[in-house]
Design a protein around this ligand. Structure first.
Ligand SMILES: NC(=O)c1ccc[n+]([C@@H]2O[C@H](COP(=O)([O-])OP(=O)(O)OC[C@H]3O[C@@H](n4cnc5c(N)ncnc54)[C@H](OP(=O)(O)O)[C@@H]3O)[C@@H](O)[C@H]2O)c1
Length: 276
């Protein structure tokens, strides 16, 4: 168990996922966690369920804790940081899970150029304890703090650290937006299942269990999608017939274009929140 104290600013989806992940894994005692939120009504159920503390005063939360997780929407970051900057010291580690806001912007809004800051790009499966998080740390973050970040992000799912913050735009395009690509595939498969005449009530289950089972096979067979695909594609068979159509419509090219567009958009959005 980690003996330090943790403040989570923003008790929305991500804040609630963090509380659930951290306490389910027993990483911090509930008495060492404090939540804050702007509006009333979101923290009370979390306090009741998990026994964590809460306050509407961000500066008070910062004085209580040594690690601060920032889990507000990008447009709310300047205000949240303005509220805590006076209470912050060099001992405080800021972990931002905010998409698209870079470390330089956070430091600039804080007015503390030497503040240890970690920037994380998680994804929505954090809500079910299966996040993929890419993260990067400013030079001020100590090895001990990095170990703690790994444990916190590990409570949400899996994590990979990157030395180059620029790579987080690429991470955003792959795993950040990735769940939506899989949802889109599921949506189209369910639609096609209906169109070829399967009973409505079975389409969803057929597709969901297929995606679930295929993902499990990928995990358990060493992760080579190409090998697994080849193994289920017999010459002259049904799978081959479908894959031939996908290739003829240049599905691989479309996926590559989509990922490149997401990466470009991530860079543009990041520039929008860059410090003046
Ligand atoms: N949801 C995900 O799975 C996911 C995945 C990847 C990245 N993220 C990132 O995580 C961040 C949070 O996303 P979310 O989905 O959790 O959003 P959300 O559900 O809207 O939660 C954000 C919370 O922050 C609160 N807030 C705003 N300003 C505040 C302030 N100054 N002090 C304290 N609380 C404040 C909001 O309060 P109100 O009740 O007043 O709105 C809201 O409850 C975003 O930046 C997003 O990019 C989320």
């Amino acid at each position: 168990m980690i003996s330090q104290r943790l403040a989570i600013i923003g008790a929305g989806n991500m804040g609630a996922s963090l509380v659930a992940g951290i306490l389910n894994k027993g990483l911090f005692p509930a008495s060492h966690i404090i939540l804050t939120n702007r509006s009333k009504g979101k923290m009370e159920p979390l306090q009741e369920k998990w026994g964590v503390g809460f306050t509407y005063d961000n500066a008070q939360a910062v004085r209580f804790a040594s690690t601060i997780i920032l889990a507000v929407k990008p447009q709310d970051v300047p205000e949240a940081l303005r509220q805590i900057r006076g209470a912050l010291g060099r001992r405080h580690l800021i972990i931002s899970v905010v998409a698209g806001v870079n470390i330089a912007a956070i430091k600039s809004w804080l007015g503390h150029p030497a503040q240890p800051v970690v920037r994380v790009m998680p994804n929505t499966p954090a809500q079910v304890g299966e996040a993929m998080s890419g993260w990067t740390a400013s030079p001020e973050v100590s090895r001990g703090q990095k170990r703690m970040v790994r444990r916190i992000l590990g409570a949400l799912g899996k994590e990979i650290s990157f030395n180059d913050e620029g790579l987080l735009d690429l991470v955003t395009a792959v795993s950040g937006s990735g769940p939506a690509y899989v949802f889109y595939l599921a949506e189209q498969l369910i639609k096609s299942a209906r169109e070829i005449g399967l009973p409505e009530d079975h389409c969803q289950e057929l597709v969901l269990q297929t995606i679930w089972g295929a993902a499990k096979m990928l995990r358990e067979n060493g992760g080579s999608a190409e090998k697994l695909r080849a193994a289920v594609t017999s010459k002259g068979g049904t799978t081959e017939a479908a894959l031939r159509e996908f290739a003829a419509g240049d599905l691989p090219g479309l996926i590559a274009k989509g990922v490149a567009a997401a990466c470009q958009r991530s860079k543009e959005l990041g520039a929008q929140w860059a410090p003046d």
